[in-house]
Design a protein around this ligand. Structure first.
Ligand code: ADP
Ligand code: MN
Ligand code: MN
Ligand code: MN
Length: 344
């Protein structure tokens, strides 16, 4: 038997953006534990905005498990928060009720800022560094500093050790701003991985004295880019059948559901979706081929492949909840009728 360090991780009850929380328990297993072997656990909901009335006990229900590369015999356990009966989802538990489809693929592009001493990493104590231009995909100390790359590389290794589908990294447009991409099949699987990747980044950067700023427009109304979390998505029908007519109906449905999407695409998105800095205005829905100023960008490959493949919704922001984002996209897609081939 081996003693495993189980880190139970969950989303708290803060609004509009939940925080990640985690605590450790040690349990013995013969080998790396499966989800089914992991017991329910509890925590004090009165300290996380999750207490209901006089009873402050909430239950943690494991829903996904990953190896923890930062700890010997470490296990990362993604949890849903349940009521004391262990069966009823807590009101803060958005994951329990989302729309899922194992054949829907999601690729999230998480942008964020490294922050140190209350400002983006690499910004001088007052004023601004050289304007945007050389930082995106940049190299060299004057562009990326000395510890950012170390952190993103360590984060990449932690994600890969956990079995998370980390797909890539790039330095972003603003100084101190970076991106990583996470891919998953099914809304719950993809979003679990994104939340776990966020957790790993937050935990990793503690030792560097660096914070992660997920707000979508931390520098306000300036010439510094905001942060998004573009959501690339495809259903089996979009990949296998597609077609121009279906695509146009899909875009009509997205236009009709514009407000429902914006409602779950992250707080303060009006600060970011201004029509500037490679964004579309929050008040209109647009799509365009290879257009980074549209709400939805249609890749060239999609058009060249008879309107089959994936689309990129550029509106979700860096603080958005991937569970809700993926679910809303599937809800809107489900309003568009598919041909008989869809059932195959
Ligand atoms: P860009 O910065 O050009 O918008 P990225 O390379 O950062 O693009 O992200 C594109 C993401 O699209 C990748 O991370 C990948 O996971 C995702 N993706 C690729 N193919 C599909 C697909 N068929 N369905 C859903 N997502 C996809
Ligand atoms: Mn990208
Ligand atoms: Mn980007
Ligand atoms: Mn993108």
């Amino acid at each position: 038997m081996t003693k495993y360090k189980l880190e139970y991780i969950w989303l708290d009850g803060y609004t509009p953006t939940p925080n990640l929380r985690g605590k450790t328990q040690i349990k013995e297993f013969a080998s790396f534990p499966t989800l089914e072997q992991l017991p329910l656990w509890g925590f004090d909901g009165s300290s996380t905005m999750q207490a209901e009335g006089h009873s402050s006990d909430c239950v943690l229900k494991p829903v996904a498990v990953y190896p923890d590369g930062a700890r010997t015999n470490g296990v990362l356990v993604m949890c849903e928060v349940m009521m004391p009966d262990g069966k009823t989802p807590h009101s803060s538990n958005g994951r329990a009720t989302i729309v899922d489809d194992a054949d829907a693929w999601f690729g999230f592009e998480q942008e964020y800022f490294f922050y140190k001493d209350g400002r983006p990493l690499g910004f001088p104590p007052s004023g601004y560094p050289a304007p945007q231009g050389p930082y995106y995909t940049g190299v060299g100390y004057k562009n990326v500093g000395d510890i950012a790359r170390k952190m993103v590389e360590e984060h990449l290794d932690l994600c890969l050790a956990a079995g998370i589908n980390h797909e890539g990294i790039n330095a972003e447009v603003a100084k101190g701003q970076w991106e990583f991409q996470i891919f998953g099949k099914g809304s719950k699987t993809a979003a679990d991985q994104m939340w776990m990747a966020r957790y790993l980044m937050l935990r990793l950067t503690e030792k560097y004295g660096v914070d992660i700023e997920f707000h979508c427009k931390p520098l306000g109304d300036t010439d510094w880019n905001g942060s998004g979390m573009h959501c690339n998505f495809s259903t089996r029908y979009m990949r296998d059948v597609g077609g121009k007519e279906y695509f146009e109906q899909l875009m009509d449905a997205f236009k009709t559901a514009r407000a429902d999407h914006i409602a779950v695409y992250g707080p303060d998105n009006h600060m970011r979706l201004t029509g500037k800095h490679e964004t579309a205005s929050i008040d209109t829905f647009t799509w365009g081929v290879a257009d980074r100023g549209a709400s939805i960008r249609v890749p060239h490959s999609f058009v060249n492949n008879s309107y089959k493949g994936y689309l990129e919704d550029r509106r979700p922001n860096s603080q958005g909840d991937p569970y809700q984002i993926a679910s809303q996209i599937l809800k809107t897609i489900s309003t568009v009728p598919t041909g008989a081939k869809a059932a195959a």
